[in-house]
Structures are given as structure tokens and as C-alpha cells.
Ligand binder design. Structure first.
Ligand code: HEC
Ligand code: HEC
Length: 269
């Protein structure tokens, strides 16, 4: 069969397939741009052109930059992985000295969980450094930590971060009753999130699936601390998360979900 005969209007296969493709495209355009949008209630208010634009993905109003009010966000830029392959031994040594004298009464001698303060052992260095910087500039507010860290030099903060990152991770802070598995909803939120509510899986930022810069490891922390931090993000009392990563998640969660996810992570190492 030669080519001229294939691409010829006299070839019925050619006419039927090209004609069919064009017909399907026209029907698709009519359905996608006119019929489906017109089923939406706002069709009457907006008119045909606006509906076609919104069906094509154009926003109905452009961001004007006018609602940028409120306190300035955290100025710490974290470029992962700040955790060096092998932390400088001198740096962690200096960090250990400062920690023993100033931090261990609350955070524990080996940085494992205490009743009152979060566990720091094995926490990522970029997290410890960022949180300390945020307490220092008042971006994260806390009556206990702010005065403790106020006069520390930047080198001290790096040393403390290197020290805590070099410790082995704290064991699980809480255990589930024997025979009881973790709450299925908590596991789902942690590993799959809830796309309908714009909740990304916790594990995609906090590990173990993947990790975003400055997202803390949550295992080994008490459920009381974890839930309190999530509530603080939800209410906006804590707002040092870059680009509102955590506030956007916490705002979507119900109080029961916050408690169950907190228990789930508290039982993890
Ligand atoms: C008097 C008790 C106390 C002492 C001493 C103390 N901390 Fe804390 N620390 C806390 C409490 C309570 C929190 C939780 C504060 C909050 O809710 O923001 C905290 C939070 C932190 C956090 C944030 C942890 C996270 O997961 O977000 C870091 C990092 C930290 N402390 C490091 C230190 C270092 C380093 C020192 C020593 C220089 C120190 N702390 C001394 C009580 C203490
Ligand atoms: C898009 C990434 C992202 C997702 C998804 C996410 N987080 Fe976070 N989360 C962060 C970051 C980043 C921080 C640290 C904010 C800061 O202090 O800079 C954080 C902080 C936290 C803290 C405070 C920990 C501490 O030690 O101070 C808790 C608790 C927490 N997240 C729980 C969760 C839970 C539970 C989920 C799932 C329901 C979740 N997060 C989902 C990015 C995320």
C-alpha cells in the first residue's frame, strides 16, 4: 500500500478516523467547557467567558499581596541536609559541655524525654539549630526557653545542635496497652494524609517516608508535648514554621485526630 492512498480523502479509513477524532474533540470541548461548568450554580452569575476561563484553570481573582499582615515569619533558612555526614567532634564536645551545665536538668542527661521538656537526643541538627534561633529572636515564643537561650552565641547554638544530633535517638516515650495496635486513623493520617482536606502525610515531611528541611523527628516525644505543639500551630500561637507548612496541616485536624496522632508518635522510637 503506498502513502498517497493512505492519506487521501477517498480512503474511507482515513476520513472516518480523522472525522471521528475531530468529532470527539468537539464533543469533549462542549462537555468540558460548556456543559459541565453550566451545571455549576455560579454559571448564571459569571457568564460564559468567565466559566470557560475558570474551567481552563485561570484564577477568578489574582493575588494582590495585600493580606500580608501579622508578625514576620522565621528568618532561618534551612538547607537540608545541614546534618553533616560526620559532625565535627570538637563542636559536639563543646555542645556537650554547655548542655550538661545548662540543659540536662530539663532535657535529661542524655537528651531523652523528661516529663516537662521535649526529648532532644538524636534530633536532626538543623531542627535543634533552627528552634534555638527562633527562640532567640522571639519567632517561637516560650517563657522558659527564650531567656535560657537569649545570650548564647551562634557558635553555641551550632555546637548544641551537633551534640544532640550525635546522641542515639530516644526510646519510645509511651507504650500502647498490650494487645492494642496503633489507632488506624492515626496510621492513615501519618502515612497517607487526607488529600481531600489538603493534609499531606506526616511521614512525607517528618520521616520515615521523606523529610523536609527543619521538620523534626517526632518519635520519642511525649504525646502531651506533641499534641500541645499541634494545637499551638492550629491556633497560630506557634507560627515559626516556614511557609505555614505545619499550620496548614494542624488547622485541618480535629482535636481527636491531634490526640490520636500524638499518641501514635509517642509510641514510636
Ligand atoms: C527549665 C527547663 C529547661 C531548660 C533548662 C532548657 N530547656 Fe529547652 N525546652 C524546655 C521546654 C519546656 C521546651 C518546650 C517549649 C515550647 O513549648 O516551646 C523546650 C524546648 C526546647 C527545644 C525545642 C525542641 C523541639 O522539638 O521543638 C530545644 C531545641 C531546646 N529546648 C533546647 C535546649 C537547650 C539547648 C538548652 C540548654 C542551653 C535547654 N533547652 C534548656 C525546657 C528547658
Ligand atoms: C509539609 C510538611 C509537613 C507535614 C505534612 C507535617 N508537618 Fe509537622 N512540621 C513540619 C515542619 C517544617 C515543622 C517544624 C516547624 C518549625 O518549627 O520550623 C513541623 C513541626 C511539627 C511538630 C512540632 C514538633 C516539635 O518538636 O516542636 C509536630 C508535633 C508536628 N509537626 C506534627 C505533625 C503531624 C502529626 C503531622 C501529620 C498529621 C505533620 N506534622 C505533618 C512540616 C510538616
Amino acid at each position: 500500500m503506498n502513502q498517497e492512498r493512505v492519506f487521501s480523502l477517498r480512503n474511507p479509513w482515513f476520513t472516518v478516523s480523522v472525522g471521528g477524532t475531530i468529532a470527539i474533540a468537539i464533543v469533549g470541548i462542549l462537555i468540558g467547557f460548556i456543559w459541565l461548568p453550566s451545571a455549576s450554580q455560579s454559571f448564571g452569575d459569571r457568564g460564559l467567558w468567565a466559566t470557560i476561563c475558570s474551567a481552563a484553570g485561570a484564577p477568578s481573582s489574582w493575588y494582590g499581596g495585600s493580606n500580608l499582615t501579622g508578625p514576620a515569619p522565621s528568618n532561618v533558612v534551612v538547607l537540608p541536609p545541614l546534618r553533616r555526614a560526620r559532625a565535627d567532634a570538637n563542636s559536639s564536645g563543646r555542645g556537650a559541655t554547655i548542655a550538661t551545665q545548662n540543659c540536662s536538668m530539663c532535657h535529661g542527661v542524655l537528651g531523652t524525654v523528661q516529663v516537662t521538656a521535649p526529648a532532644l537526643a538524636g534530633q536532626y541538627a538543623d531542627v535543634v539549630y533552627k528552634e534555638l534561633r527562633d527562640y532567640q529572636n522571639g519567632v517561637r515564643q516560650n517563657a522558659i526557653m527564650q531567656p535560657i537561650i537569649a545570650a548564647r552565641s551562634d557558635q553555641d547554638l551550632h555546637d548544641l545542635a551537633a551534640y544532640y544530633a550525635s546522641l542515639p535517638r530516644a526510646p519510645a516515650a509511651e507504650t500502647l496497652p498490650t494487645g492494642v495496635g496503633p489507632d488506624a486513623n492515626a496510621v492513615k493520617l501519618a502515612m497517607q494524609g487526607d488529600p481531600q482536606r489538603n493534609i499531606a502525610p506526616c511521614a512525607a515531611c517528618h520521616g520515615p517516608l521523606d523529610r523536609k528541611g527543619a521538620a523534626p523527628w517526632l518519635g520519642g516525644q511525649s504525646s502531651i508535648y506533641l499534641a500541645a505543639q499541634m494545637r499551638a500551630f492550629a491556633s497560630g500561637a506557634r507560627r515559626n514554621d516556614i511557609n505555614e507548612q505545619m499550620r496548614n496541616v494542624a488547622r485541618q485536624m480535629t482535636p481527636a485526630e491531634i490526640d490520636s496522632v500524638a499518641k501514635y508518635y509517642a509510641a514510636m522510637q
